[in-house]
Design a protein around this ligand. Structure first.
Ligand code: IMP
Length: 203
């Protein structure tokens, strides 16, 4: 039986990304997602920060599945909005979650903010829980919020965000996924986590 790790997410792209990164450190590992385990009550993400939300999701996953569990939480922190939307990123313009409506609201809120104060960063916390062992790592992607939507890749606020890396011209929605993974908050956090949990997974 391969060593199984549970990623508490229904996002198939996140499961595949975690599988690629973890397999470099734990050969033969199999990452399974929420769709691969019996349903359980997922916790309300009501912690005040990304690390707290990632940890409560990972603890719930471990309790429900008994598998070493990884969970992430992420969002966009805008300097001119005192680091909001932050943990409220997914539903910034109210429920139900709607990326286009969120992006329009963000553009409106920043309409009077000049170029030099449009700095922002994506942040991601990734938590690992296996019984008593608990670990949280974070990753960031710095950049700025532009004034119009550009690009068709990615998701969420990618169409409005130009990372400082990659010459600082393309939005993260204009990059292919491998280029974004290499510089993204989530890619950075996962790559920091993998070598730390490898020994726990028997590698
Ligand atoms: P989640 O933690 O992956 O569920 O992301 C929460 C919310 O943060 C998403 O719904 C997006 O609004 C925003 N977000 C997180 N990561 C990204 C990203 O890489 N690109 C664009 N938006 C993101």
């Amino acid at each position: 039986m391969p060593e199984r790790v549970f990623l508490a997410s229904r996002n198939a792209k996140k499961v595949a990304e975690m599988q690629r990164i973890l397999a470099e450190h734990v050969p033969g590992v199999l990452v399974v997602g929420l769709d691969d385990v019996p349903d359980y009550d997922e916790p309300v993400e009501d912690a005040p920060d990304f690390a707290g939300n990632a940890l409560l999701k990972a603890r719930a996953g471990w309790a429900a599945t008994g598998l070493p569990t990884v969970a992430d939480d992420s969002g966009l922190c805008v300097d001119a909005l005192n680091s909001m939307p932050g943990v409220l990123s997914a539903r910034w313009s109210g429920p139900p979650k709607d990326d286009d409506r969120n992006n329009r609201l963000l553009l409106d809120q920043l309409v009077d903010v000049p170029e030099e104060r449009r700095g922002a960063h994506f942040e991601c916390a990734v938590a690992f829980v296996a019984g008593e062992r608990e670990l949280v790592v974070t990753g960031q992607m710095k950049g700025r919020v532009i004034r119009e939507c550009r690009g068709s890749g990615g998701f969420g606020y990618d169409v409005l965000f130009v990372p400082d890396d990659q010459a600082g011209t393309l939005t993260s929605a204009e990059m292919d996924s491998a280029t974004k993974d290499a510089i993204s908050h989530r890619g950075r956090a996962l790559r920091a986590l993998a070598p730390q949990i490898a020994p726990v997974l028997g590698a």
